[in-house]
Ligand binder design. Sequence first.
Ligand SMILES: [Zn+2]
Length: 445
Amino acid sequence: MKLRQRTATVLLCSLAAAVALAGCNARRIKERPSPRGTNVILLIGDGLGDAELAAARNYLTGAGGHLTMEKLPVLGRMTTYAVVENAPHLPDYVVDSAASATAWATGKKTSVGRLSTAPQTGEPLATLAELSRAAGIPVGIVTTAEITDATPAALAAHINARVCQGPNDLAFCPEFRRESGGLGSIAEQILHQRFEIVLGGGRRRFEQHWGGLGNPQALLDTAHQLGFTVVTTTSQLEGPLRPPVLGLFAEGDFDRLWKGEPARPYPGSGPQRCQPAGRPPEQPTLEEMTRKALEILDQLARERGRPFFLQVEGANIDKSAHAADPCAQIGETAEFDRTVDLVWKYAQERGNTLLVVTADHAHATQIVPHPSAGAHFPGLLSTLVTNEGALLTVGYATNAPAGSQTHTGSDVSVFASGPYSEQLAGRHDQTELFVVFARALGLRE
Ligand SMILES: [Zn+2]
């Protein structure tokens, strides 16, 4: 009976695809999960709060349009707060990417700056990626930041300070040195986890040497010894690749896809239209990296008769908001949304796949009246001319003009489709993602 219902859903969806996807989406929610586990794909727009989302929607699709992520059938909201390091019973209302990613990676709250370790004690917290691997479930991690940056790192590393990214970056975490019997920097921990595919930037961390003065070795050499296929250009990514795969396509974070005048003090920059910035050709798009990760994970999952777990991050939405650069921010959001489109099509064809799109925290963006309207906005402003020809004024005012704009503490939206997605409707805390993902993957009841 279950099988017959599933077949009916797939048939209906194929038919629906030719006409309109809306009905198909509604049925997908009710799709019966396989008893062998459901694939989980988590897409994180870093810093993609609702104001960032609305600014991107206005610019890209017009005020009445929808980004692809907004067409997913299930909508929920999540709280993202951290806890205070020395008083973990108290909330810290504004989170960072490290504590936030720890929440869904481990199901536990921690303090700002920590990666998958408990506040105060530093006790390591098991991550969804580690639990998956123990169950034979292949794992993929994709980002446009350094792979040692907080969001990807939370799945793979247990460390007290997110800044401890490479063996030369351990000033704040000396006890983690491998020479001293520690787990090593984030880069070293990522290598020793040997997840099936890890793609992003941060090559400079892997060019660092570890092992002290006795036998220093670059981490890239360690990666080869551990059996990784290492790729550093888009063209190398295109060929068939034997897992585990380590892709390091930039020295640091990826370049931004769009450029424009950053926001300025009143009356601000603009009116302007954003321009393509041209990412260097060796840096793939987020879609290209995600397509390769899906190809490898899909095949491994079929071979093993298991589901897979993939986390994809559009990282530089956040970094552009810190820089009060609305064009870069919207360009990165557009790329992230194209990746949602790719993954959603895959999930609909593949079936038995839970797709979740959300953010790790809200950011500084505000949509404000045009300066000519009389209000004197105290922060940084830029007026954009949207694709529908209207004026969109974006403001940032969470720091002094020369400082980095900060995260903010409002809730974030959750868009989802596939089995278990209905469990994310309504208001939850982001730790609930861990619970639902573990259930979908078959790791718990
Ligand atoms: Zn940030």
